[in-house]
Ligand binder design. Structure first.
Ligand code: ADP
Length: 628
């Protein structure tokens, strides 16, 4: 990564500026959530309260209709029963057991038929004459219910209605009463008690609390058993007196329900009811049923409405938060994409600049190299030219050296010949023929010497075409020593032959190999002129796998100075005085050995005389001839 070295381009700066707006959706989302909490929960609660109220209203309508329907079913029946002769007679002849029994039976069968709680008839003094429960444990017969308001109403010729707790049965009921009339005179009262427990139990399945209260606010019917016979507010003594007077609750204690009004919604009260474990808040919807003389109330639990409002608020907050997060994520991704693109553009620009810089550098290096190559070529050309000049100079020098040597070699004998010839002429004129003949013999010797020099030069120039053959080395070495031995007559030089086994054969041409050996030994003798205890040693050494061998010619003379070692094989190189050496011996020997497929070299052993090595191929047994 080269991020650190990346330049801050406009693109990159622009994309970083965009980063400031990344949190904008989050801020908007937060503001919306706060606004929703502050301003939204109230309206939402109202909305759910209105929904609860609508459902409460429906429940109320249903409850009122059911109650109305139930009461209407029985409302007219006492009037009808009051016209029955069996009952009319019973109130008129209450002492007649037979009539009373017939009335009892009738009332029992009708009560069973109608499904009401009780049916009974009373005399105008309030005494019960006959009753449907005449066979029960606590029959109404003989009881006086004149304290009930329905009795007064019926006695007054009206239809009586009342609800309350039975003083004998201790069961709640709704009482309908009608007068038994005989010629406009009220002779008795027929009462029908309707059991409302069935209705009450059907309310238990309702979602809401349904209660029925009397005009004092005492709960008479309620699906919740504990609430029954409790008042919604503390009762005043007048209220209590009124209830006691009609014995609506048959002397039962009236508790006060722990209800507290906390507010109102529209025209309805909002109340809190403290229960054993919790306090619940209700909206109380009330409707009076004047015919029945009671008020029906539906209590709608509004805590669920509040909970729903909060739930909805939280859902909306959650949705807003998610939307804000999603928007932030999208913006961030877009910005990141932009930043990445800007980064890539900057990186590419940087790379392109580096590539062009590097290309320019390489171009410069290339040009410099081309220049250097040109320079080298020029130098090489100059070097070759110089080399050619040097070779030319060396050739000229060699020719000059050769010319000087040859002219000296030939001029000296020629001068001597001229001298000897002049002397011979003089001796002949003086008739001194012996001296003249001696001079002529000297002239012949000089002519022979010049012929010898000429022959040497011819050998040097011309390459003889002779056949190579296995040569017995020990015999050849001995012959060579013999050839040179004339030079040892007045020289005490010891020549030793070591380790040259008989029968060792090398591939060579015997005459020319002998010429080489004689030349090397002659050079050694020349070098040993001033040596103490002069010695020449000829020996062999085997080399490698036996295909070749080395013949060494060593002396204990002064050796060859290091600065001359390179040049001794050059033609016409000689350190000997004029007339003593042509400087061709080693050069010719070198070429001869090379012709044999071998090598002539100077051993690198400074300070211990000179040792020349002749490496030659050995001839295997039965080997005949070898070609040049
Ligand atoms: P020449 O003998 O005519 O000088 P060579 O070619 O035979 O020519 O020898 C060249 C030179 O090599 C000699 O002049 C001499 O200086 C040197 N040289 C040859 N052999 C020996 C030797 N054994 N010891 C010292 N110098 C030698």
């Amino acid at each position: 990564m080269i991020r650190t070295s990346l330049p801050l381009t406009d693109d990159v700066l622009e994309s970083r500026k965009g980063a400031l707006f990344r949190t904008l959706p989050l801020c908007i989302g937060l503001a919306l959530c706060i606004a929703l909490l502050v301003f939204g929960v109230g309206p939402l609660t109202n909305y759910y309260l209105s929904e609860s109220k609508a459902r409460g209203d429906s429940t109320m309508k249903l409850a009122v209709a059911t109650l109305d329907g139930e009461l209407a079913r029985y409302e007219r029946l006492p009037q009808l029963l009051a016209q029955q002769p069996v009952l009319r007679e019973a109130v008129s002849h209450s002492d007649d057991q037979g009539i009373v029994r017939a009335a009892n039976d009738y009332l029992e069968s009708v009560n069973t038929l109608l499904g009401s709680s009780d049916l009974y008839i009373m005399r105008p003094d309030g005494l019960t004459v006959a009753a449907s429960n005449h066979n029960s444990e606590f029959p109404f017969i003989g009881q006086n219910f004149s304290y009930r308001p329905y009795f007064d109403d019926a006695l007054a010729g009206r239809l009586g209605r009342f609800y309350g707790l039975g003083t004998t049965s201790d069961r709640r009921g709704y009482y309908f009463a009608a007068p038994v009339q005989d010629d406009d005179k009220v002779t008795g009262v027929v009462v029908q008690k309707v059991d409302l427990d069935r209705l009450e139990s059907s309310w238990r399945a309702s979602e809401y609390e349904i209660i029925v209260t009397d005009p004092e606010g005492v709960i008479f019917l309620s699906a919740r058993e504990k609430w029954t016979y409790s008042s919604l507010a503390p009762l005043s003594s007048e209220m209590l007196d009124r209830s006691r007077e009609v014995q609506r609750y048959a002397g039962r204690e009236i508790d006060v329900l722990p209800v507290k009004q906390t507010g109102s919604y529209q025209e309805h009260q909002l109340v809190e009811v403290a229960e054993k474990d919790e306090t619940r808040t209700f909206m109380m919807i009330a409707q009076a049923m004047p015919d029945a003389g009671w008020t029906v109330r539906v209590l709608v639990d509004i805590s669920s409405a509040r909970q729903q409002a909060w739930n909805m608020a939280l859902i909306v907050i959650l949705a807003v938060s998610l939307a804000a997060l999603a928007a932030t994520f999208l913006i961030q991704r877009r910005n990141r994409g932009l930043e990445l693109a800007a980064y890539h553009r900057a990186t590419q620009a940087l790379l392109e600049r580096r590539v062009s810089e590097r290309t320019a550098e390489l171009g410069a290096v290339n040009r410099r190299l081309k220049g250097e190559v040109e320079e080298r070529r020029a130098t090489e050309t100059e070097l070759r030219r110089t080399q050619r000049r040097l070779v030319q100079s060396a050739k000229l020098a060699a020719i000059g050296q050769m010319s000087a040597a040859l002219s000296h070699e030939f001029n000296q004998p020629l001068g001597a010949v001229r001298n000897f010839a002049d002397n011979a002429e003089t001796f002949m004129q003086r008739q001194r023929y012996d001296e003249a003949r001696k001079n002529i013999v000297r002239i012949q010797g000089l002519a022979d010497r010049m012929a010898e020099i000429s022959r040497t030069l011819r050998n040097f120039a011309r390459k003889p075409r002779q056949q190579l053959e296995p040569v017995d080395l020990s015999g050849l070495v001995r012959d060579s020593v013999e050839v040179i031995s004339w030079r040892l007559k007045d020289r005490p030089v010891e020549i030793s032959i070591d380790n040259v086994p008989n029968g060792l054969k090398v591939i060579a041409e015997p005459v020319r190999l002998q010429q080489v050996l004689v030349n090397l030994m002659a050079n050694a003798l020349d070098a040993l002129d001033d040596a103490q205890d002069p010695q020449i040693r000829v020996s062999t050494e085997s080399v490698g796998d036996g295909d070749t061998m080395t013949l060494c010619v060593a002396d204990n003379g002064p050796g060859i100075p290091a600065d001359l070692r390179e040049r001794i094989f050059d033609p016409f190189f000689s350190t000997k005085g004029v007339g003593q050496g042509l400087g061709l011996g080693l050069s010719i020997s070198y070429n001869i050995i090379r012709d044999f497929g071998g090598e002539l070299r100077l051993r690198d052993a400074p300070g211990s005389g000179a040792t020349f090595e002749i490496e030659l191929r050995t001839a295997s047994d039965g080997e005949g001839e070898a070609s040049t």
